[in-house]
Every structure is written in C-alpha cells, then in structure tokens.
Write a protein that binds this ligand. Sequence first.
Ligand SMILES: C[S@@+](CC[C@H](N)C(=O)[O-])C[C@H]1O[C@@H](n2cnc3c(N)ncnc32)[C@H](O)[C@@H]1O
Length: 205
Amino acid sequence: MSFYESHIFPPVMEWATRGFRRQIADLIGQAEGRVLEIGAGTGANLGFYQSSVREIVGIEPVETMLEKARGVARSTGHGVPISLTTGDARALPFADADFDTVVACLVFCTIPEPEKAAQEAFRVLKPGGRLVFFEHVVSPHGTTRAWQNRLNPLWRKMACGCEINRDTRALFEAAGFRYESIDDFIHPKVPALVAPVIAGVAFKP
Ligand SMILES: C[S@@+](CC[C@H](N)C(=O)[O-])C[C@H]1O[C@@H](n2cnc3c(N)ncnc32)[C@H](O)[C@@H]1O
C-alpha cells in the first residue's frame, strides 16, 4: 500500500464525504441487533448507532484507517460494544446468518468485484436481516453519466479504487436483496459526479 493510500487519501476522503453525513446518521438509526459495518474506514459512522444496536463489528482493509476508527470507537459514548478488524468484504470471516444488520456506506463504489461483496453481505445476514446502505451511483441522466464514464479511470486512480459509475441498485437485487425502502436522489451538497445517491434499507427474504 502506498503512502498516498494509507496517509494522504484517508483525511481527504473524510473531508470529501462530510456533505453526506447528516443523511447517513439518520439512516444508520435504522440498524438493529448485531451489526456488521463493511468498509468502516476511519470510523466516521460509529457514533451514529442507536440503542437498537446490541453489538457493532466493523471490517476495513486499510490498517491506518482502522487505527483512527479504533480511536473513534473509544470515544463514541453510546456504550454499544464495538470490535474492528482487518477484513475484505468479498470474503467475510463470519458464519452464515450471523448478523441482523449489515451497514454499507460509500463502500460499494470502492470494493473491487462488488458483486462478491453483495453476495457475502447476503450470506452473513439472517433471513429477514437488513442491509442499510448509502451509496453514490451511476447517474440516471445521460450527460452526467457520460462524464462519469469518461472520468472514471482518472477518478479511480485518484480516489483509491472508487468508481463513480456503478449501478449498485441492480447489484443488490442480483445478490438476492429486496428493497424495503430506497431513496434515489441527486444530493445537493456534493459535486455532480458523486451526487446521484441511493439510500435505504434492503432485506434478505
Ligand atoms: C469512501 S471510503 C468510506 C468509508 C466509510 N464507510 C465511511 O462512510 O466513511 C471507502 C472504504 O471502502 C474500503 N474498502 C475498499 N475495498 C474494500 C474491501 N474489499 N472490503 C471492505 N472495504 C473495502 C476502503 O478502504 C474505504 O475505507
């Protein structure tokens, strides 16, 4: 892992995604029971969990991000036990039907082979368990979509694997999820290339 990926990109990512946090906080209030947060990053969401959650398990492949997330975990104050480990969402080190909720925020844009991660999220959820998600996605509008496709190779390099043109809605459906609620909107406070967002709750039938 390069110095850019481990030390420069994480604070840039935190700064660049701050416009999304209020909605993410509202959404994460829907998590309950034993929760797995995939790609927990620097722990930006760990303080948002509510008393409906019994335990939070976070996985994240970048060790420098995990170190920061551990500091955040110690200072959350909500009292829910949090464990954070190195891991890859494409091969989760958990048994089938181990979690009530999987949380995925701004992560399916970055995971290589995201279809594998969606299948893994589905596998580790109990039947009836829920995927709480907030993801920037491919634009429904032709002009923005064309720019997303054009700039994606450059963006991917600068943003450590993040892709701006993924159809994550279809990806979740293909993995077997059904939507309980899905908000599909253009975020007003972030650059146009990452403004198309899907946010909501999907469940494992
Ligand atoms: C844009 S950041 C979002 C981090 C965090 N979810 C948040 O809301 O701030 C994308 C995250 O996905 C993580 N990631 C990349 N590949 C992954 C993988 N294969 N499995 C799990 N997480 C991954 C990155 O390390 C990074 O922390």
